[in-house]
Write a protein that binds this ligand. Structure first.
Ligand SMILES: [Zn+2]
Length: 328
């Protein structure tokens, strides 16, 4: 089961909701997923479509309980994708669709041959429980959430830009900044960032999903830390190796151009040991000296050797530059 479906199933199992909240949730569902068709001289027939079985059951029983209407349900299977099932709930004018519209605060408006559902219900910060319920309805009606293992993305689909505006407004009451894009003629309002998605799940009451997402975030954070540590150690290791290679190069340069026997005894000793034991660490090299020398002492002497080689090279290139200058 996808993460989206498990969140939706969890939301459909929520119990003990206030009547105001159930109606607010239904308002979101009818407004976002409902289609109204005028019945000449006698109101409207309303059709609500969803692909989630648990949600279809929730809509059915909520409308029945709070509006006293028994919706007709039909199930349609897609011919191409056998698993793809749509549930359609019909609330006819005869069965009392006007009650549903009135209770949810929605007006059906006929404009030429089109029929639009307009939300007249005011849901604001005065009734936070209902804002939450409305967003929950919006998520159930047209929302989806990505598997947090893959990416952090939550979106609410709507048909019109007004709907998207309203969803963003409600999100903003909780400090969430949704963004809307258009995709295939729909308005998609989305949230990125794990933290925002956790907040949204908390608002709509999907607490189990929230815990699951938090666990994934913690694990991902730990994995990142481990990777950072490994990268750090690799970096240190390559630093050490690079230094050893540089030391050996410089000592060979001194041997060829100056002569190790020209060096003070303390430096000659470490230079010879470094050439002889290229794979030993500085600490181990120090142990071979008599008396033994610590890591920083060894490092100090090797750096002196680096400087001697560097100075000599600079002198050489200086001389060469003078020579070429004289030739010109
Ligand atoms: Zn409420």
């Amino acid at each position: 089961m996808s993460f989206s479906s498990s969140v939706k199933n969890e939301l459909c199992r929520l119990e003990n909701m206030n009547e105001c909240c159930v109606l607010s949730e239904l308002a979101a569902v009818v407004w976002l997923n409902g289609v109204a068709a005028p019945v000449p001289g006698d109101g409207f027939n309303i059709r609500i479509t969803t692909e989630n079985a648990a949600f279809a059951r929730w809509i059915y029983s909520s409308i029945r309980k709070h509006c006293g209407i028994v919706p007709e349900v039909t199930i349609r299977k897609s011919r191409k994708l056998k698993k793809h099932v749509s549930y359609m709930l019909y609330i006819t004018s005869v069965s009392g669709s006007d009650v549903l519209l009135e209770k949810t605060g929605i007006t059906a408006v006929v404009d030429d041959d089109r029929c639009e559902l307009v939300l007249t219900r005011k849901t604001d910060e005065q009734i936070p429980c209902c804002v939450k319920a409305f967003l929950r309805g919006a998520f159930l009606a047209g929302g989806s959430i990505s598997d947090p293992e893959k990416t952090y993305h939550l979106e609410l689909t709507s048909r019109t830009s007004e709907q998207a505006d309203e969803l963003r407004r409600m999100m903003s009451l909780y400090g969430l900044n949704g963004r809307t894009i258009t995709r295939k003629g729909s308005y998609v309002t989305y949230l990125k960032e794990g933290e925002n998605i956790v907040d949204f799940l908390n608002i709509i009451g999907a607490h189990r999903a929230l815990m699951e997402l938090e666990n994934v975030r913690i694990l991902k954070g730990m994995r990142n830390n481990v990777n950072r540590l490994v990268n750090c150690e690799t970096a240190n290791l390559s630093k050490t190796v690079n230094a050893a290679v540089r030391h050996v190069e410089n000592i060979r340069y001194i041997a060829a151009n100056i002569g190790l026997d020209k060096l003070p005894a303390s430096l000659r000793e470490i230079a010879e040991l470094r050439l002889e034991h290229k794979d030993l660490s500085l600490t181990e090299l120090g142990q071979l000296l008599y008396p033994p020398l610590g890591k920083s002492g060894v490092n100090h002497r090797l750096r002196k050797l680096d400087r001697i080689a560097e100075k000599h090279r600079e002198g050489q290139t200086g001389l060469e530059a003078k020579r070429t200058g004289a030739a010109k």
